[in-house]
Ligand binder design. Structure first.
Ligand code: AQP
Length: 335
């Protein structure tokens, strides 16, 4: 079976409130990789239901993530865009990998601890097994590279360990490649606008903690104006951002949106007050995000088009995944 050399797989959960962190940490990087890699971009709806989702909202949010992919610049005719639940091989491989990976590995996953919180006994079994489904998503295409935000690094390591153990346990040397994480750019972990020590996230109860891909220009400006900072002026050097998480976050966001380094941003704004920097950041954010938001709106008004993209993508995804899962069945000894 031929081995892909440069195959990218990644996904985003359709859990609503798609935000600037998802865009800068993941989706924007997906766009650039189209030039150099064969890319498979998934809307991971099976991951989404590890936490309760209203079925109607899940469907709308699935279309919204697909619209964000296309509006950000991913071309669905050259790349595969589809939603996970349409390709049964993900779930089938996940079960087999559940039997390969160890409970001790899952017990170390910090995302489960964060998301399950104190009431761990009441979390779904799916939330606990989430990283194994993620390993299956990647390995069922024998993908070699996975662009993600910094928060997914630990899950990627688990996917590599699982691939390695499968290869060893079944004497199937090199069957699954060990996927490489691609954690790129100056905004690999965008932080909450209300608390620079917490990740910007879809589930934060405060709307002011995140800029979403639905926000109007006014919303963006208001949220940046209210973003938590400190009373000091911006430092002249990157070292000066240490111990100033709010300032560091805003400079990182500016750098990522402008395609600059943090040092370059500080060369321009060092010594200035936030009252000058925040409006400049708001203008830049509106300039970069509004065309994507507008295009998403246009696409969302035509759900039949999006559904067609997802269906065509699923047909192409199945054509790649089915021979892999067929070979896995043979390797495992299923008749
Ligand atoms: N704050 C972030 N900064 C940079 N990258 C981020 N990603 C998420 N948050 C940030 C990256 O976005 C991709 C898709 O993430 P996901 O759909 O799997 O959702 P998530 O990581 O669970 O996102 P949230 O917003 O943090 O959701 P909740 O609130 O449910 O926990 C991934 O590549 C991720 O790294």
């Amino acid at each position: 079976m031929e081995k892909p050399q440069n195959r990218v797989f990644s996904g985003v959960q359709p859990t609503g409130n798609l935000h600037l962190g998802n865009y800068l940490g993941a989706i924007r990087n997906f766009v650039g990789l189209q030039q150099t890699h064969e890319c498979i971009y998934c809307v991971v709806d099976m991951h989404a239901i590890t936490v309760w989702q209203d079925p109607k909202e899940l469907a709308a949010n699935t279309r919204e993530v697909a619209a964000a992919y296309i509006a950000a610049g991913i071309d669905p005719s050259t790349n595969i865009i589809f939603n996970q639940s349409k390709v049964a091989a993900h779930a089938e491989l996940a079960w087999i990998l559940n039997c390969v990976a160890r409970i001790g590995w899952l017990n170390r996953m910090t995302q489960f601890k964060d998301k399950a919180g104190k009431d761990r006994e009441k979390a779904s079994v799916g939330l606990y097994a989430y990283p194994i489904l993620m390993a299956a998503d990647i390995l069922v295409y024998r993908a070699t590279h996975v662009p993600v935000g910094d928060d997914q690094k630990q899950h990627l390591e688990l996917a590599r360990d699982t691939a390695q153990k499968f290869n060893n346990d079944f004497g199937a040397q090199d069957f699954f490649p060990l996927p490489e994480p691609l954690i790129m750019g100056p905004a690999t972990r965008v932080m909450s606008l209300r608390d620079g020590t917490k990740k910007m996230s879809k589930s934060d109860p405060s709307d002011y903690s995140r800029i979403t891909m639905r926000d109007s220009a006014d919303d963006i400006a208001k949220k940046i104006r209210k973003a938590q900072t400190d009373p000091d002026a911006l430092p002249e050097t990157v070292e000066g951002l240490q111990g100033r998480p709010g300032a560091d976050n805003l400079v990182g966001i500016y750098a990522a949106l402008a395609g600059m380094t943090k040092a370059e941003v500080l060369a321009q704004y060092g010594g200035q007050q936030f009252s000058a920097f925040k409006p400049a950041l708001a203008d830049l954010a509106v300039e970069k995000l509004s065309p994507i938001t507008d295009e998403m709106k246009r696409l969302m008004a035509d759900p039949a088009y999006i559904d067609n993209v997802l269906e065509k993508g699923a047909v192409r995804a199945r054509a790649l995944a089915d021979p892999v899962i067929a070979r896995v069945r043979e390797i495992v000894g299923f008749i």
